[in-house]
Ligand binder design. Structure first.
Ligand code: NDP
Ligand code: 8X3
Length: 256
């Protein structure tokens, strides 16, 4: 059956892969993010490849009025949202707590926690009206274990873990499933954003081992939505084989 799937942060990485994965099944897709040009090119790619229905919404998840306005403008055929993938998020910087930049903390908290809350708050009424729904929050290994200099980013992802549990409790009587998919290292634009465009620092993060690809994560997110109505995956931690914990990665030495 065709479903309507709204994915935040679909201009890149995991969100973009999720959009393509759900579109492959012929679902109606709503892709969101701030970069309008990217949304448009991904939408034409989806239409060309899968002939799926796709709608783009350019907004900033950190601005409540933008979130509310964007969701309100959805045309009738896209309003029955069955699946919400709360994926938009970012890390900025990697500094010990006393050397961190408070503006970067604010952006991470605004995006990863408040943004997820704003979008959920705007979308859940549609799900309640429809009598069902499924919310998938993208957490992280960083939400399970703090790692050196990860402080505020780790805290935001621990909040996603906690909010996922809280949402599940509050929405259980509304027939809305709430799941968390929490990946380890995935090679996307994440580290380029974290290191302010420093490609050398970003690529070093993934050196010497095979990180997850955004398609690996999208496959898992998609899987979680394919189970029978009485089954919910509450929480799923997906790691690269070479990554045993947040900070322990089996990197192969560079061959000389
Ligand atoms: P990318 O940088 O590739 O993608 C991040 C997405 O979030 C982009 O589409 C970006 O869109 C969107 N986004 C960021 N800020 C905002 C904002 N204020 N408003 C709207 N959209 C925003 O990174 P990933 O794909 O790796 O990250 C996706 C999620 O996965 C994040 O929540 C991240 O924390 C999480 N994650 C990532 C891991 C990794 O190793 N890469 C591991 C575990 C979790 P735009 O800039 O166009 O607005
Ligand atoms: C992103 C994974 O380990 O870089 O959530 O924080 S990590």
């Amino acid at each position: 059956m065709n479903k309507t799937v709204l994915i935040t942060g679909a201009t890149s990485g995991i969100g973009r892969s999720c959009a393509l994965r759900f579109a492959r099944d012929g679902h109606r897709i709503i892709i969101t993010g701030r970069r309008k040009d990217r949304l448009e090119s991904i939408a034409s790619n989806i239409i060309q490849k899968f002939n799926s229905k796709v709608y783009t919404l350019a907004f900033d998840v950190t601005i409540l009025s933008e979130v509310v306005n964007a969701i309100q403008t959805l045309p009738e055929e896209f309003r029955k949202i069955d699946i919400l993938v709360n994926n938009a998020g970012l890390a900025l910087g990697l500094n010990a707590i006393h050397e961190g930049e408070p503006e970067q903390w604010e952006t991470m908290i605004d995006t990863n926690i408040k943004g997820l809350l704003f979008v959920t708050h705007a979308v859940v009424p549609f799900m309640i009206e429809n009598g069902h729904g499924h919310i998938i929050n993208i957490g992280s290994i960083a939400g399970r274990e703090a790692y050196s200099s990860g402080n505020v980013y780790c805290a935001t992802k621990a909040a996603v873990d906690s909010l996922t549990k809280a949402m599940r409790i509050d929405l259980v009587t509304k027939n809305i499933k709430v799941s968390q998919v929490a990946p380890g290292a995935v090679e996307t634009e994440f580290s380029k954003v974290r290191f302010a465009g420093d490609e050398t620092a970003a690529s070093a993060v993934y050196q010497g081992f095979d990180p997850l690809t955004p398609d690996d994560v999208a496959e898992v997110v998609h899987y979680v939505t394919t189970l029978p109505p009485h089954v919910n995956i509450n929480d799923l931690l997906i790691m690269p084989m070479a990554q045993a914990s947040a900070a322990i990665i089996n990197r192969k030495p560079k061959s000389t």
